[in-house]
Design a protein around this ligand. Structure first.
Ligand code: URA
Length: 247
């Protein structure tokens, strides 16, 4: 790989910024200053920026507390720093990730535009595919506020599986009633508008929805809506080890 691409992928700066840093002799490879951005690295090259080893990883994993009003999509041409959203296009969840060196980030799954909460943003297609595979049944817990009280009988019916007009009823789920009009609901599927459609079968509208867990991840409560952080090594490991419960 070229040295400038390596540094840009590692999040040191944009391609043009890292070229300047290389010309300014801020970068060494195996202890020698290199001033050619096109320098070819080998598998074992040790790259340092201002004397510090550069941590390169192919993939990035971000936890976003998605705010309402933003679509769960990525942008074909990612925005450059400071660049405005093109006219006629909507703000996407990927636009909210600041400080990433990757241009190929995308949301692992979708939340509705008006849903808030935990969304994994990554460029690891294989992991995302595994986590979203319908066969895996990865658990997702949501906090939902409802237009009216949920009776115990209605909760039991939903837990057993609801006919939401699809080919099959929803898989069994878990509902914990928090208040008369608010629940935690844990589902193992990801059908279109699933939670809203489930409560509709009981004559209730979901007035507020926030995802609080996704597989082994829990929403970091210090993140305000719109804020994100990189996953810790431990969180990434827990995701790669996630087996779901659908074997
Ligand atoms: N179910 C919904 O209805 N909406 C979401 O965003 C997620 C699950």
């Amino acid at each position: 790989m070229r040295l400038d691409k390596y540094l840009a992928d590692a999040g040191i700066g944009t391609r043009s910024e890292v070229k300047k840093l290389i010309y300014w002799k801020k970068v060494t490879v195996n202890g020698e200053t290199v001033d050619d951005p096109a320098y070819r690295l080998s598998e074992t090259s040790l790259v340092c920026f201002k004397g510090e080893p550069v941590q390169y990883s192919e993939f990035e994993y971000w936890m976003l507390n998605k705010p309402s009003g933003v679509v769960s999509e990525s942008r074909k041409n990612s925005l450059k720093r400071g660049e405005k959203i093109p006219e006629g296009e909507e703000r996407t969840v990927v636009d909210l990730i600041r400080g990433s060196g990757k241009k190929d980030l995308f949301p692992a799954g979708r939340l509705d535009k008006d849903t808030e909460g935990l969304l994994l943003i990554t460029n690891d297609g294989k992991l995302s595919h595994r986590l979203l595979s319908p066969a895996k049944h990865v658990e997702k817990t949501y906090y939902a506020e409802l237009s009216g009280p949920l009776t115990e009988e209605a909760a039991e019916r939903l837990e057993a599986g609801a006919d939401i007009g699809d080919e099959r009823p929803t898989r069994p789920c878990r509902i914990d009633r928090i208040r008369k009009n608010a629940v935690h609901i844990t589902i193992t599927e990801g059908r279109y508008h699933q939670i809203k459609r489930m409560f509709e079968t009981e004559g209730l509208t979901v007035t507020y929805l926030r995802r609080i867990t996704f597989g082994p991840l829990s929403l970091d409560e210090t993140l305000k809506p719109g804020e994100s952080r990189m996953l810790t090594g431990e969180e990434v490991r827990s995701l790669t080890e996630e087996q779901g419960n659908g074997k």
